[in-house]
Design a protein around this ligand. Structure first.
Ligand code: UD1
Length: 426
């Protein structure tokens, strides 16, 4: 159990570099399997989810390790196409190994992935698409066996722009005969990042970042290197920390257009934003005002991953805020914990209503999931007195040394790590 002790109401001042993107790193790590080649990745955050992906790669026979913010993977000699349950359940992103292993070995045997318990999180869209490409899939309880002697390119229309399904199809399509067209594809920046990585391996892909992506089977290269994009959710979290605590923070090495929906809501609440190139400076002084309403949407809409942290930043905003969560059924789990700080939050299905309170008071909280845990850190920074957050490894799955980053900006946080990992969260 990691214990965070946060004494709130300290303004944040200074400058920090935002970490590389977790959600771009994990699909790229799975993609490194597609052809027998060496991959060097830069700007990789040091996270327990990255450790989990490295463990899976090593289990499959790759050489794979992280040194600082670089990851090295040599997938020349794969000895296995089966991933045991204990490795699959460590994170949601293990699902990408389905497409990658099927592409490389013509077979994948694995169990359903773990992941933050945000709702049902089925993978029917992934499986339907692979079947359309010619894979035979057996589902036996929680186990999946996917076999394809030769995948065949085809046109796949997604009923919902699922990020994970789009990425899995892109991975499988790299080994398919002929071209694959994904219609209704997700448009998240992480999709473009995966496309850029696959192109660096030799793939021919057009349209990533739009709702229609075309992938051709390709001749692999032997070696590639790739820089992971900046994490838009970590940047959004640091903006929300500043909004909750007050102060002025410069975020370096960001792509502001990747999280402009979050910036726009905060600007509407009274935060000042100054953007210069790959730097964004956020300033917050005095009480925020409620934005009234916002809802989560597929990209380029407001990201579901930033909803819990923005909710936390708005607990003290004047007025009432309504939040409609449109991606996951169960993404207000943080609300019950935030109430312990004195927050006035009511939830009804996928709608949350927050009545801004003038003050919040430190309490003892339990992190519910990755972004829910981060939302408690945000709220604690704006609360009077000490908040203790008990976290069974959720926050370190997605944030690289968040406590140290915030302390470097003036926060008062004492985090005591204990070496136990979160049970299946993602
Ligand atoms: C989602 C987010 C992504 C975020 C990630 C981690 C969206 C669109 N996606 O990606 O930005 O980084 O969580 O929190 O915001 N679904 C199905 N069947 C499937 C796949 C998905 O019904 O086969 C449903 C899910 O239950 C969910 C929705 O589609 O309600 C979004 O799923 P998807 O985009 O696939 O989720 P992630 O890839 O986990």
């Amino acid at each position: 159990m990691d214990i965070w002790r946060i004494t709130g109401e300290r303004k944040l001042e200074g400058s920090c570099t935002v970490q590389g993107s977790k959600n771009a790193t994990l699909p790229v790590m799975a993609a490194s399997l597609i052809c027998p080649a060496g991959t060097e990745l830069f700007n990789v955050p040091q996270l327990s989810d990255v450790d989990s992906a490295l463990r899976i790669l090593r289990h499959l026979g790759c050489r794979a390790y992280q040194q600082g913010n670089s990851v090295y993977i040599d997938s020349t000699a794969i000895s296995d196409s089966t991933i045991p349950e204990h490795l699959m359940e460590e994170m949601r992103s293990s699902v990408f190994f389905l497409g990658a292993l099927t592409a490389r070995c013509g077979e994948a045997r694995l169990s359903l992935p773990g992941g933050c318990r945000l709702g049902k999180r089925p993978i029917d869209l992934h499986l339907d698409a692979l079947r359309r490409m010619g894979a035979e899939i057996e589902e036996n309880g929680g186990e999946i066996l996917c076999r394809a002697r030769q995948l065949t390119g085809c046109e796949i229309t997604l009923g919902f722009p699922s990020v994970g399904a789009t990425e899995n199809i892109m991975l499988a399509a790299c080994a398919a005969k002929g071209s694959t067209v994904i219609r209704g594809a997700a448009r998240e920046p992480e999709i473009s990042a995966l496309s850029d990585y696959l192109i660096s391996l030799g793939a021919e892909i057009t349209g990533a970042g739009t709702s229609s992506i075309t992938i051709e089977g390709f001749k692999p290269r032997k070696q590639t290197h790739f820089r992971i994009i900046s994490d838009r959710i970590a940047a959004s979290t640091l903006m929300c920390c500043t909004a909750a605590a007050g102060g002025r923070v410069e975020l370096r090495d960001v792509v502001p257009e990747h999280f402009s929906t979050v910036t726009d809501v905060l600007a509407g609440c009274g935060c000042d934003m100054i953007r210069t190139g790959d730097t964004l400076t956020v300033s917050a002084g005095g009480r925020l005002s409620s934005p009234g309403y916002f809802s989560t949407e597929p990209y380029p809409g407001f990201p579901t991953d930033a909803q819990p942290v923005l909710m936390a930043a708005l607990l003290k905003a004047s007025g009432t805020t309504y939040i409609r969560e449109k991606i996951f059924e169960n993404r207000f789990r943080q609300a019950a914990e935030l109430r312990k700080l004195g927050a006035d939050i009511e939830t009804d299905g996928n709608l949350a209503c927050i009545k801004g309170r003038e003050r919040l008071y430190g309490s003892r909280l339990e992190a519910t999931d990755l972004r829910g845990g981060a939302s408690m850190v945000v709220a604690a920074l704006g609360a009077e007195g000490e908040t203790v957050i008990c976290d069974s490894g959720h926050i370190s799955r997605g944030y690289e040394e968040l406590d140290k980053v915030l302390c470097s900006l003036g926060a008062d946080i004492k985090a005591t790590p204990h070496n136990t990992s979160a049970a299946a969260d993602g």
